[in-house]
Design a protein around this ligand. Sequence first.
Ligand code: SF4
Ligand code: SF4
Ligand code: SF4
Length: 423
Amino acid sequence: MAKVKISEDNESLQRIIEKCIDCGQCLETCKSKNHLVNEDCINCGQCIMTCPMGALVPKYNYKEVLANIHDEEKITIVSISPAVRVAIGDEFGFEPGAFLESKLVGVLKTLGFDYVFDTTFGADLTIMEEATELVKRMKKNENLPMYTSCCPSWVLYMEKYHPEDLHHLSTCKSPIGMQGAVIKNYFASMKNLNPSDIVTISLAPCVSKKSEIKNDENNDYVITTSELAMMIREQEIDFKTCKEQAFDSLLGKGSGAGIIFGSSGGVMEAALRTAYFLLNHRNAPEDFFRLEKVRGNLSIKEATIDLGVQTIKVAVLYGIDNVNKMYNALKEYSFVEVMTCGVGCVGGGGQPVLPVQKLASIIDARSKSLYEHDASLDFRNSYENNDIKRLYENALEKPLSKKAGELLHQSYTDEASSIKITK
Ligand code: SF4
Ligand code: SF4
Ligand code: SF4
């Protein structure tokens, strides 16, 4: 039966051919979620989640990461993406959605990483830059709608299928892109470390991010939640009894806005809180901290948002199939968030593989857990993060400054010619 073709040089995923029974489920999944031309691939890894034989897996990098941990000359710095902390428990018998942040830090320190940081710091930085970019575009009324750029599969889809619209994508790097840049530049200089001794690792729910970093000198490895579980087992670490620990300082703190990045609608809500502040010089009203219209597991959500000086229409989508269905209608909005995976990164292709019939309720539990954590935090706005304020004071000056542009922003290329039947 026809199955998705995964090329040898795919950096995100691979097929263990001996396990494959040619059932065709992967092709069905890809068609229903992405509906791409022929057997093109945008690296989302959603087919991993439905393969009944475990024949599709991430392209593993965890052994290289272990080798770096054991190399005395190297300083290994791992950063944890929001959606990992609410999914790793599925591998070790916790309730779906269990919020295991401190436990995860303890496990990573036990594995031997030199520093453990929180990618929610990178998410806060993304919001500072992206909300400023949105406000600038709104004031000039140019390049609207603005599309989010933190999902590499969505960005690749745009580069391949809509290169004429690349100016709509935010130029912001993703949170891991920003995190790596800040570690190898700002953190290294604050700690007097040689950047070439530093190995940066992102622990992510995502296989696509393995492809995202292929030309990024600031990011060395991405390992997925499921790879981490393999590392923990192979190193014979007892996850349940491992001591809880706190993140390392400087880049170890994110706001509630940074935490909700892991769920569909989270980037939108986080960015709107900061955009409101930038436009009105005061905190957003209470309802911005529970924007129900952009939350939840609906795959297409929309809202009209009163930003004080201006009202804007926003849309939140996940699944490229939905993007295809309403691509032209997206132009009616001012700001659009797109994630490729189901309910956003909580349903990413690097998360633990679970029985398909339980997947939807478990993904919902992960999303709920992130929002509950946001609600429990003292500070829920990216601009209230003192570590972020210090970073701008000491190094970047202000969002969209020349230095911020060099370190934190990116450009896009027309990849239409690369759409092909992979072999
Ligand atoms: S879903 Fe898995 S077992 Fe079925 S064809 Fe695809 S890779 Fe093979
Ligand atoms: S990784 Fe995503 S785009 Fe690529 S074959 Fe699998 S489902 Fe399709
Ligand atoms: S939605 Fe998240 S997990 Fe899925 S491809 Fe995009 S960034 Fe990766």
